[in-house]
Design a protein around this ligand. Sequence first.
Ligand code: SIN
Length: 475
Amino acid sequence: MRDQMLIDGEWLDGTDGERIAVIDPASGDEITTVAGGTPADATAAVDAAAAAQGPWAAAAPRERAEVLRSCWVTLLDHADELAGLITREHGKPLADARGEIAYAAEFFRWNSEETVRIHGTIGTAPAGTNRIIVRHPPVGVVVMVTPWNFPAAMITRKVAPALGAGNAVVIKPPKETPLTALRVADLLQEAGVPPGVVNVVPTGNAGAWFDAATEHRATRMVSFTGSTEVGRVLLRRCADRVLKVAMELGGNAPFVVFDDADLDAAVEGAMVAKMRHSAETCTAANRFFAEAGIAPAFTEALAAAMADVKVGNGFEEGVTCGPMINAAAIESIGGLVDAAVGAGATVATGGAAIDGPGFFYEPTVLADVASTAAITREEIFGPVAPVIPFTDHDAMIADANDTEMGLTAYVYTADLAKGLATAERLESGMVGVNRGAVSDPAAPFGGMKQSGLGREGASEGIYEFCETQYIAASW
Ligand code: SIN
């Protein structure tokens, strides 16, 4: 198990010897500690990345692509070990953790293929005086701040395209799940990533760490995944140095079920959209709009499916929902449920935290939730499904769009034309039509409105980590 920071290919303790406790959310016990980085360590990591970036960018695209492909193979070769680390420090069921490793590794395969397809253009100026050549060099050193809900995949979704484009990176992993991040970085080196191209510095002092990393003259970009609240703070700090940014922020996904939907398929999709990775995803369905004709049957069937979920330690056979990340999460989920019930919702199943040890909450369905209840405004990040019945399509679309978020939405209907027309009216960067999962390394992941800036994955993802340079040339 790696428990030191990685700077310039060396495993080091922090300059002030600080250690950060890593907690098992299934028991509340300490698993181990890892080295905590100071602002000086963040600066040293950017120094290392700056020195490594030039030679890495100068390597032939095919050479970088082969290294990325080797990262894909190496991560898959260590899938069991990595999945075990994820379940240990995040808590998600082992099957989900294995799924996360396949997803995480796939970003390397996809981006190895994109690395040799970073295209520019050439055209003739309208006046006929010169050529307009457009090319896409790497942006430079990228500082990455990653979340705890996908301890491996939210790192690889950024690192793979950044490296493919020819950048070097400094990662601040979350203090909740640093062990996976450190081991992934270790394996990337084993797969052939040169020293200094990937640096990982956990910290217990995120603000000072971030200031030091972004004040460094070599840093050119920040890529962040996390809450909209934190994203706003980081954006303000990036403004001081006019850094390029990519932000994957919070969601508040509507899940729309029309009367004509196949009930079983809608419930199955709802369970995926809500409960994937223990309901701790920013793509999670947060508000279930069910048309009046299907709302009672949908609520009943969803409640039955939620009541069937086995909650427990992610290592236990049959468990499909692990613990929440910490006690604060349990408090926040409980507060939203209690407020919704206080405002008139009824509990169809669940509705309470499960006594410790560990941080568990019952899979919950709330019926007849008012579209104005606080739970429809906040990202729940837990196993709670509020069902809001509707009769008027236009009013439902207005309610679904009445949020500052715009990450994901889901629509279930037997009428594909209605499904696509509804999808086009929803202000969301990603929409699942008769599907409860949208994430795919080959598709552009990202949000509209305050859910983010930029896209990860697809062919767009690699260009996020590039500059655009235009050359006016005459010959
Ligand atoms: C997230 O929750 O931040 C990402 C979810 C995903 O990639 O599916």
